[in-house]
Design a protein around this ligand. Structure first.
Ligand code: 3PG
Length: 415
């Protein structure tokens, strides 16, 4: 099996000068729930390359992105992102707290070449939350209201390419569309370095997006890509409960209250199918305001990290791997006492000697805290998390498929 690289058009394949350009980026970044500040700006930095090039080519550039999900503490206005992009690019980035309404459309119409405007968080538009086929999304108000104002669409959000939402898959159906520089760099790097037949491949999966992670594991197993999956964080708790382990009153209540127990049958099914999923032997828990280590079978405190024995056990497995893909923190890394698991896993993955691919915001942040020498040994740091894993598992990502259709329709022609 090889990675399926869609035949999409890139910036160099289309004349994008003196045009009105709509660019979909992924500015989605961790936000400090107390101060509302952007905690890590790697994704934003990454996209400035594409934006700068479009401005240098005298285009009028309108940028859109999501941030968080409705209901989450990181579901915030993009006004802070506009300030950040202005700082990083050294030019004024205009902002409007509207996406498709008359105010936004008027500003877009009046935007001059060489100017850049950031729209509000795309997910304030209810249509953006619904996933559907590109053909359906092209008919949404979202796409119908905005598309007529533009000459070309640039998709730079590789990290959101696994979502089939209007801002990602709808515009390519009705506008000539190309992949931006971030998307291009990710696809080219991954196609060059990732060999699914170079085995064993070990995945280390954690983080808060448990439902996404289960889908990813299902796909990795179905496509025969993963040899071992080392689970951490919330995901590992779901698998432990699926194995029949009781994780203590406080953690069980937490899983219940957040609705995670509904995912247990899916985890159990994977285990029954013989999926090579490993779970932690122990955890770093919070008890009497201190970190202590407790075996997974005798947890009494609040689970906040994987434990030391688990770190060692996972290290042994990683030593056998040719390729190690890491995504999602192993614990609550915002609290320094519970950063150890994620930090050690990152460090030991690199020391294991396999080719390492770091994915997602938290691992980028951890990579930055490693010694220069270790950091240099990381095989590839991707700005993407879920999209990266689905891409590596051989899945076709909806937004890339939409770009492929667009390239055929508007740029390369039906060949
Ligand atoms: C990500 O961080 O993986 C992307 O920005 C997609 O975000 P989502 O999982 O909320 O769609």
């Amino acid at each position: 099996m090889s990675l399926s690289i869609p035949k999409i058009a890139l910036i160099d394949d289309y004349d994008i000068t003196n045009k009105k350009v709509l660019v979909r980026v992924d500015f989605n970044s961790p936000i400090d729930p107390k101060t509302g500040e952007i905690l890590d700006d790697h994704r934003i930095r990454g996209h400035t390359k594409t934006l700068k090039e479009l401005i240098d080519k005298n285009n009028a550039v309108v940028v859109m992105s999501h941030q968080g999900r409705p209901g989450g503490s990181d579901f915030v206005s993009l006004s802070i992102h506009a300030k950040k992009v202005s700082e990083l690019m050294g030019i004024e980035v205009q902002f409007i707290d509207d996406v498709i309404g008359p105010a936004a459309r008027e500003r877009i119409k009046n935007l001059k070449n060489g100017e850049i405007l950031l729209l509000e968080n795309t997910r304030i538009v209810s249509e953006e939350i619904i996933e559907a086929t590109p053909e359906k999304q092209a008919k949404t108000f979202f796409v119908q209201k905005l598309a007529p104002l533009f000459d070309v669409f640039v998709l730079d959000a590789f990290s959101t390419a696994h979502r089939s939402q209007p801002s990602l898959v709808g515009f390519p159906m009705v506008l000539p569309s190309v992949g931006g520089r971030v998307l291009e760099a990710e696809i080219k790097a991954l196609a060059r370095i990732f060999r699914p037949d170079e085995k064993p491949i070990v995945f280390v999966l954690g983080g808060a997006k448990v439902e996404d992670s289960l889908k990813i594991i299902e796909t990795l197993i179905r496509n025969g890509v993963a040899d071992r999956i080392l689970t951490t964080g919330l995901l590992s708790m779901i698998f432990l409960v699926a194995k029949g382990i009781y994780l203590g009153k406080e953690n069980m209540r937490f899983l219940n209250e957040k609705g995670y127990t509904a995912l247990i049958p899916r985890a159990r099914r994977l285990l029954l199918m013989g999926a090579p999923v490993e779970t932690p032997y122990d955890f770093g828990v919070l008890k009497n305001d201190k970190r202590i280590e407790e075996p997974a079978t005798k947890v009494t405190g609040k689970i906040m990290d994987i434990g030391e024995k688990t770190i060692n056990m996972y290290h042994e497995i990683m030593k056998e791997a040719k390729v190690i893909v890491l995504r999602g923190p192993a614990g609550v890394i915002e609290d320094p006492r519970f950063k150890k698991g994620t930090f050690e896993i990152a460090k030991r993955a690199i020391e294991s000697g396999g080719f390492t691919i770091f994915g997602g915001g938290h691992f980028i942040a951890i990579a930055n805290e490693l010694d220069e020498g270790l950091r240099k040994k990381i095989g590839h740091i991707s700005l993407a998390g879920g999209a990266l894993l689905l891409f590596l598992s051989g899945e076709r990502l909806p937004a890339l498929e939409a770009l492929e259709i667009s390239a055929k329709k508007f740029i390369f022609g039906e060949k």
